[in-house]
Design a protein around this ligand. Sequence first.
Ligand SMILES: Cc1cc2nc3c(=O)[nH]c(=O)nc-3n(C[C@H](O)[C@H](O)[C@H](O)COP(=O)(O)OP(=O)(O)OC[C@H]3O[C@@H](n4cnc5c(N)ncnc54)[C@H](O)[C@@H]3O)c2cc1C
Length: 385
Amino acid sequence: MTPAPIILRRALPRVCIIGGGIVGSATAFFLARGGCPVELLERDTVGSRASGVNFGGVRRHGRAVAELPLAIRSRAIWPRLRELIGHDCDFETPGHLKVAQTEAELEPLARWAAIGRAHGLTIDLLDRGQLRRDHPWLTHDLAGGSFCPGDGYANPRLVAPYFARAARAEGAVIREGHPVLAVEDTAGGGFVLHGPLGARHEADVVVNAAGAWGGAIAGQLGLDVPMVSLAPQMFVTEPTTRRIGPVLGMVSGAIYLRQSVRGNVIFGGGRGSVHPDGLRSRPAEDVFERSPALVRALIPALAGVPLIRSWTGIEGNTPDGLPVIGESGGRAGLIHACGFSGHGFEMGPGVGETLRDLILTGDAGLDLSAFSPDRFAVPPAIRSA
Ligand SMILES: Cc1cc2nc3c(=O)[nH]c(=O)nc-3n(C[C@H](O)[C@H](O)[C@H](O)COP(=O)(O)OP(=O)(O)OC[C@H]3O[C@@H](n4cnc5c(N)ncnc54)[C@H](O)[C@@H]3O)c2cc1C
């Protein structure tokens, strides 16, 4: 049964959003624009965590099937950023090329191409010869590839801050340096969020957009969302001759790479380590050796181009690699949107729009069942066994 729209349960719900990454900021923007009183509480600064330090990939190509409708919905928002939030966030669409190192790796590419086409995407499968002709800058050892036009990248430094800025212009209150210390589910049907120095924030609807820390917030409210914090490692080179057209990925996932309009090559591969406090992460020594060597093997012309910097960011990963999005069965008005497992930058704007629809109309406009916050719950019979 479709739940009653939250707005009908109580006119103009006061929405409190925990976390100012791309997900929280986009949600704040779409809700404020829809007329909701919105307060966003961010522990650090808006966009300072995964949303601000990621690779910037805006990719539908190769997404999990369950994520595709949301990824496609989100992709439709990216070219509208200037109109919506006042900046295009350096969004570019050179397409996404996934390359296979072996004949065996061509099979998953072909399988996904059928899925992508069934969802209306254009996918070009390239054999060894065609890959070599179209992309002569790649090593000639590759078995083939798959190309998705219309995918691309944006500047992660800009997106969440511009969403938050636009949300503020629509009337949202954005508080930075404001951690949520506890969430209280009140007897009256609402919530009280406790902040620093005794700050209290009352809300009818809470959106848990706390990224890798969303599992801890959910846990406070009695929901078990198992999440592991991982720290993907990134690199950037000095600017070099522009030769790399599309965003590049490998079927193995070992390397993902793009060249900025200024010529810097930005790539990711491997993982750093997360500090036991869960708040800090750092690059790993062995990845420093391995990932640049893989890139030089993939694109021989990059040999000798100096690296400027390596960094990591903390991302929440769920056991099935899918995000947690939606209302938790037991509690109306409590919405989770976290654990994006490495895919949340592309999907962030679409999540914001989808949560607006869920909160204002009761209909998300998409099937969110694969992302149910309750899917990890242990059935009581097993728990008591
Ligand atoms: C290195 C790296 C590369 C990536 N590359 C890509 C990519 O190319 N494409 C892609 O789609 N995705 C990519 N991702 C994943 C993507 O960055 C994330 O999925 C996405 O940014 C998640 O956004 P978020 O808003 O959920 O989380 P975050 O950006 O982590 O934001 C959560 C916010 O919640 C705040 N918070 C936490 N606890 C509290 C609290 N108690 N009170 C108040 N605030 C709190 C945090 O300070 C943080 O700012 C990458 C991730 C990393 C780390």
